[in-house]
Structure formats: C-alpha cells, structure tokens
Design a protein around this ligand. Structure first.
Ligand SMILES: Nc1nc2c(ncn2[C@@H]2O[C@H](COP(=O)(O)OP(=O)(O)OP(=O)(O)O)[C@@H](O)[C@H]2O)c(=O)[nH]1
Length: 374
C-alpha cells in the first residue's frame, strides 16, 4: 500500500465545523425563542396587540425546531427553519416598524447569521432577497399589513447600511472559508509528510508502528493472523562506495517500487530505516509470508539496476515472523530482527526461517505451514 494523503484523518476538523454550526443554530433557536416570547409579551402588554402576538407566534417554529433538533439532529432542516423564521421576522419588523419604528434595527443581526449558517453564495442570495423585500415594503406603504411610516432619509440610510453590512459579511465569510480550506490543505500535507518516507514514498517508521499497533489490536480481538518481513539490502554500503550516494538513493527508490508491486493492497510496506524495509502482511500466515519474501528475494536478484552507463544487481536478506507466538510488538520485531540477523549470518541473499524444500502435497500444491524451519 503506497501511502496516499488520507482526508479521513482530517475529517474530525471538518466534522467539528459542521457540529459547531449545528450548535450555533441550536443556540440561535433557543435565544430567538426566549426573545420572541419576552419582547412579544412586552409589546402585547404595552398595547401593541397584533405586533406582540405575531412575535409570540413566530416563537412557535423556533420552539418546535429546538425539540425537533434535540430528537433528530437534522442540522440542515434546523437551519432552514431558523433562516425562514428569521426572514419572516425580518419582513414583520420592517412592515410594522416594531415598537416606535425601532424594529428594523434588529435586521443588522441578519447578514452575519445568514452567512455563518449558509455560506457566501447562499448568504448573499438570502440577504439580497430580504433587502429586496425591504425595498418593496418601503416603496409600497399601502400594501396590506404594512403599518410603519419611515422618512425617506431613514429608508435610504437603512438600506445603504444594511447593504454595506451584507457586502462586508460576504467578504469576511468568503476569506474565512478560504483560509480554512488553505489551512486544511497545509494540515493534509503535513499529515502526509509525517507518515511518509520522503525518498521512497513508503510509510515511514512512525506510520508503520501505528499500523502494527492497530494490527496487533485486531489480532487480539479476533485472532486474525498477520506476519512481518524485515528486509535489508545486502552490502548496501558498497553500492554507495562504488557508485555514489545518489545511486544508492536510486536503488532504494527502485527497490521500494519493486516491493510495492509484489505486495497486496492491504499490505503495508515501510522504510524502517536506512536500507531496511519492514512489510506488514495482514491475514497472512508464516508460510504465506515466507513465500512472498522468497518471491521478493528472487525478483530483486533478477532485477538489473541502471545508474548512468553502469548496471548492477543487488540482493536482499529478510527475517520473516508471524504474530502467532508473540503478544507484544517488541517481541515480534525482535524476532524479525533476529531472523534477519540469521539470514545475514548464513550468507545473505536468503530468507530466514527457510522453507524446507517443497514436499509433494496430495494435490501437488503448496507445502504446509509446518514446513518452515525456525
Ligand atoms: N544512499 C543512501 N545510503 C544510505 C541511506 N541510509 C543509509 N545508507 C547507507 O547504507 C549503508 C548501510 O551499511 P551497513 O549498515 O554497513 O550495511 P551493508 O553495507 O548493507 O551490509 P550488510 O547489511 O551487513 O549486508 C551505510 O553506508 C549508510 O550510509 C540513504 O538514505 N541513502
């Protein structure tokens, strides 16, 4: 498995924003519910009967929204209810003027709320629709339900200030969202770099340890077997010495590609350090891991590396180990390391433990797992 940047690792940050918007919607519903009841009751007692009743009536959808959200957690529906109720309230306040024509002052709350809950485009659209409705109410005071009487000066200033506020909210929200997208992109790059070996683009040691810990936990839960192969390029120092460090780097990159091509999608190949590679093979017995390691050894030996006008080949040694007899990561890795050491000391270009020469099976296929020597 060659590492890709994994958006799912940054998903918590994306989810966090969605949850924050849902929380804000909830708080707005609660605050609007209380305010509408309180201001409506006050207006009603002060003799503004219809106005007060309308406000209290508008508290009903907010209250229902609170209950609905608590049970269903449907943030989209909740936002729609809040925004449409606030839009109706917007028109009521402009049409009636509220108490002493001060109602329109509440409308300055609308643009920031709309942009936060919807986004720059939908926010613009909604804010402009509301501004348009205000123009209609100002322009046609004889419309039914329109009782407020505003001076032309007030109408002009009110519309202009609300328009400015809408534009500023658009700019602020747009740049906030852009900055957030850029930050997520930077976080994605850092997160990828933190898990990846820069040269070979395989998983690095830290990522491999994380994957091994996960696999061991999976094994402890449901006994899924897994194996590891610790590989070391033989006499790698000589390649550096003979052909130069860059040639050595190129060998590591090409070997990593070969390793990748022989692994399954579920396997995790990593650069464990220097010229050492560790491969995690989930759901793989020791014998299956030995077969893969042997295939890799043979393919490496057969491959010709070309650097400039010179060509050469390399060999590898590998220690293979299955989780079966190990209950900690350290003991598993120590065993793999020990097996690699055995492969090296027995002459290199080999795998340890060795698979015994294939014994004929009744169906003529692979030998049994017990056929490996440890
Ligand atoms: N080009 C290059 N060389 C590296 C890198 N990392 C480690 N090395 C070199 O790899 C070499 C490892 O040498 P040794 O540990 O002596 O092992 P070896 O020569 O492979 O011999 P054996 O492992 O005993 O077969 C050292 O010369 C390191 O400098 C790398 O990223 N690029």
């Amino acid at each position: 498995m060659l590492l890709n940047s994994s958006p799912e690792r940054l998903q918590p940050f994306v989810d966090e924003e969605t949850q924050r918007i849902a929380r804000v919607t909830l708080w707005v519903s609660a605050a609007a519910f209380i305010l509408l009841i309180a201001i409506g009751a006050r207006a009603w007692l002060a003799g503004h009967g219809t106005y007060g009743q309308t406000l209290m009536l508008l508290a009903i959808p907010m209250g229902i929204n609170l209950i609905d959200f608590s049970f269903n957690r449907n943030s989209f529906r909740s936002r729609c209810v809040v925004l449409s109720t606030v839009a109706v309230l917007f028109c009521v306040l402009v049409a009636t003027g509220g108490e002493n024509n001060t109602g329109p002052l509440w409308l300055y709350v609308f643009p920031p709320l709309v942009f936060y809950l919807t986004g720059p485009l939908a926010g613009c659209l909604l804010a402009l629709v509301c501004l348009g409705m205000t123009v209609v109410i100002f322009r046609f005071p004889e419309l039914p339900l329109v009782t407020a009487d505003y001076s032309v000066d007030f109408q002009l200033r009110f519309l202009l200030t609300l328009l400015f506020e809408t534009v500023f909210c658009f700019v602020l929200d747009f740049s906030r969202r852009q900055t957030r997208t850029q930050l997520l992109e930077v976080a994605r790059l850092f997160e990828y770099a933190a898990r990846t070996d820069e040269l070979t683009k395989l998983a690095n040691r830290r990522e491999m340890r994380a994957q091994l810990t996960k696999e061991l936990a999976r094994h402890e839960r449901n006994e899924h077997p897994f194996s590891v192969v610790l590989i070391d390029v033989d006499f790698f120092k000589r390649i550096n010495d003979q052909f130069g460090h860059e040639a050595g780097d190129q060998v590591l990159v090409e070997f990593a590609e070969l390793l990748e091509s022989l692994c399954r999608k579920a396997d995790v190949a990593s650069r464990w350090g220097g010229e050492e590679f560790l491969v995690l093979l989930p759901d793989t017995s020791l014998l299956q891991a030995l077969i893969l390691a042997e295939r890799l050894r043979a393919s490496t030996e057969a491959k010709t590396f070309v650097y400039g006008d010179r060509s050469f080949s390399i060999t590898i040694s590998a220690g293979v180990c299955s989780v079966a007899q190990h209950n900690t990561l350290e003991s598993l890795l120590n065993q793999a390391d020990h097996n690699l050491y055995e492969a090296k000391s027995q002459g290199r270009n080999r795998i340890f433990p060795r698979v015994k020469p294939s014994q004929p099976q009744p169906d003529g296929t692979a030998p049994n797992p017990g056929d490996s020597e440890t």
